[in-house]
Design a protein around this ligand. Structure first.
Ligand SMILES: C[S@@+](CC[C@H](N)C(=O)[O-])C[C@H]1O[C@@H](n2cnc3c(N)ncnc32)[C@H](O)[C@@H]1O
Ligand SMILES: CC(C)=CCC/C(C)=C/COP(=O)(O)OP(=O)(O)O
Ligand SMILES: [Mg+2]
Length: 297
């Protein structure tokens, strides 16, 4: 049995994560946002198996596993199902890192509570270094790693992803899982390009606005306001990668794969109010959920 999010949150704040001053006032806002975040939709899902995610899900709903909506255990099954889809999203991202050896190091830029880092270590046996602006998140992730006995392989630090302490060419792979909408993409990909070895792989899963729509829709503006982020266009991603020696190897539109997650989430007791904006923007084509895997050349 692992500690639940309540135990881990209570224990947080007692560790010695070094807390540098945020580089910009905006980063200070984002650090405070994630320090204070405690939405049940994230903690209750993480409590299912101890992998705490701050990203969304992909894949078909397993209606047989959900069973009857009238069943008293239905809500618990629904939470487990949403969590399964969020972990499936992280598995897809890790799959696109390609072959990673036990001796390799991976970098998770914007690591949240560390769910993807734990999954990466369990999959590859490698070292995983994560950075987040939030000391609460870094503490939480490090306590979870300690509890699993993998703290020598999985570590979160309070650090700006645009200026990391990692050595040039140190990482075999790096990623942003729903964390690139908080930073300038040219600055971000310059840092990934520096940290990755030549031949290394970068992967992102992100929401981006669709240039075919014209400009960010009202739904995209609503998502930005809800999370205090700044969603980029698909075109910006590709341009900023090209400018930083990151050559796309796969660009996958995951929008049809994420809609079932949102439609299921909208029926749950854990709704946060942002579900309509995601569903409507995915449906009107103004917003897309994409995976981009790129080679560092
Ligand atoms: C939506 S959460 C995603 C967390 C994680 N990638 C996951 O999949 O669970 C966004 C994360 O980006 C981090 N973040 C935002 N701007 C950052 C920056 N400039 N440097 C480091 N982390 C940042 C936040 O602290 C937060 O952990
Ligand atoms: C795809 C886009 C635009 C993502 C924005 C970044 C973000 C806040 C992701 C989910 O975090 P979360 O898991 O904390 O959010 P929620 O509480 O809604 O589940
Ligand atoms: Mg969530």
């Amino acid at each position: 049995m692992f500690m639940t999010s309540t135990d881990l949150t209570a224990a947080a704040g007692t560790s010695s994560v070094f807390i540098p001053a945020p580089v910009t006032p905006y980063q200070g806002d984002i650090a405070r946002y994630w320090d204070r975040e405690a939405r049940p939709v994230n903690l209750r899902l993480g409590d299912v198996d101890g992998l705490y995610h701050h990203h969304y899900g992909i894949g078909d709903i397993d209606h047989a596993a959900l069973g009857d909506t009238e069943d008293s255990a239905y809500e618990k099954k629904l939470i487990a199902e949403l969590h399964r889809l969020e972990s499936a999203q992280a598995e897809l991202l890790l799959h696109h890192l390609g072959p990673i050896g036990r001796e390799d190091t991976l970098v998770d830029a914007g690591c949240g509570r560390g769910g993807s880092m734990v999954m990466a270590h369990q999959r590859f046996g490698c070292k995983v270094e994560g950075v987040t602006l939030s000391a609460k998140q870094a503490d939480f992730a490090n306590r979870r790693a300690q509890e699993l006995g993998i703290e020598d392989h999985v570590r979160a630090r309070v650090c700006n992803m645009l200026g990391t302490p990692f050595e040039t060419g140190q990482a075999a792979g790096s990623w942003n899982n729903e964390s690139s909408m908080y930073v300038d993409l040219h600055d971000l990909f310059a840092e990934h390009s520096r940290v990755l070895k030549v031949g290394g792989r970068y992967v992102t899963i992100t929401g981006c606005w669709n240039p075919r729509y014209g400009q960010p829709s009202k739904w995209v503006s609503q998502i930005n306001a809800h999370f205090e982020c700044n969603i980029h266009s698909r075109r910006e991603y590709l341009r900023a990668m090209a400018d930083n020696r990151l050559v796309p190897q796969a660009v996958i539109d995951l929008t049809p794969d994420t809609l079932p997650y949102w439609e299921l989430r909208a029926t749950s007791s854990l709704v946060t109010g942002i579900e309509e904006a995601f569903i409507e923007s995915y449906k009107d084509g103004s917003f897309q959920y994409v995976l981009i895997a790129a080679d560092r050349v």
